[in-house]
Design a protein around this ligand. Sequence first.
Ligand code: P70
Length: 461
Amino acid sequence: MTRIKSPAEPFRIKVVEPLRRSTRAEREAALKKAGYNVFGLPAGKIAIDLLTDSGTSAMSDAQWAGIMMGDESYAGARSFFRFEKAVKNLFGFAHVIPTHQGRAAERILFETILKKGDSVPNNIHFDTTRANVEVRGGIAVDLVKDEAYDPDIERPFKGDMDTAKLERLITAKGKKRIPLVMMTVTNNSGGGQPVSLANIRAVSAVCRRHGIPFFFDACRFAENAWFIKRREPGYARKSVAAIAREMFACADGATMSAKKDALVNIGGFLTLNDGDLASRLKNTLIVGEGFPTYGGLAGRDLEAIAQGLAEVVDEDYLEYRTAHVAYLGRLLDESGVPIFKPVGGHAVYLLADRFLPHIPRDQYPGWALTVALYREAGIRAVEIGGVMFGKLDPKTGREVFPSLEMVRLAIPRRVYTASHLEVVAEALIALHKRRDAIKGLRIVEQAPHLRHFTVRMEELA
Ligand code: P70
């Protein structure tokens, strides 16, 4: 199966961490204890962990050196100014506010600008963004183009927003009830697909015409910019950094989880042009996160982010990164394992409803696949489907499911080699052959928001 060539890593390895093996009996016991929720598993019992690409990157020697250089002054630390400069260099907004991670940036933003009953459009909201809108009584609206929900069409920019849907929403709700429009790059809930610059410009034009602020959910901006360079006419000769600047120049601000494309293990920020809003956000920040020159982070974390932002736009890195992820996709696709196409920037998404057609949606086929993959091979993936995004319809009392039922194999940055991906592919191909034996589940216990993190399940007979 290794006829397909894997890309060479553009780094060599200086520090290693042993992988752990476990027996099937240990995994069975761990699953039971965790309530059949892979979030509840101890990482020591996991062989290859593809739960998330968030906060799981391997840092470079230069980042670790930066950790030693961190200035831990409470206010005005040297590390803050280095961080601020690195963010401004790529994002170009006037104000930069550090936060401990992406959802803190979201919380502070929505706490400050969202009123009950307001709508927040996005191409597709990811879990924490949706939750941060909904806990404040807002309505999170997904306006991605319809093609995003078709896992078979190979289009270059399946993260694009439908501007006609956006116009209709603005007409229906009125611009006063839409505090901002967001755009997630790449689109994590829709297969990690990029958004084109043409679409970013079109959405920006609609927002400007109506006077509605436009913000990016920018976690994976560099991977998005790389796809623009590769796929959008006119960008092949522009640098990824220049493309990123062009993307952000269309917007008024961004929330960022630095745990993805800033190549660090913790951190985030808010960055924007509006000075009045920035002052209000900083007031909220001080109450809950910390003083505006550290925002819940240590000085060393700010150093690591500054360095990570410089490394992530390196084009050798991005070429390898996207080819590495695509390599796993090709191994699976060639062997008939159903995946979302094309392969996205940070993950391969399995189509769980096709993988397990015998399990109905209300028995959570995606979740069942994450349980089976761990049980069989010690590999951890995450469900992006009915448990993560299912909703109880208050009228009928029945659960409404998102249109895509997927399992995401998120690839941590600079962590696993091509041989690890081959192990993952072999395990999934074997599991696919024995798929009839996999069982559905029912929910035993769940939280009102972000239930996937803590839900407890039971396997059905
Ligand atoms: C992921 C993690 C985080 C995220 C994101 C987008 C587009 C904001 C955030 C919040 C979350 C996760 C999901 C499943 C398993 C583990 C972790 N995404 N916007 O893996 O950022 O985590 O820093 O608060 O994707 O996709 P933060």
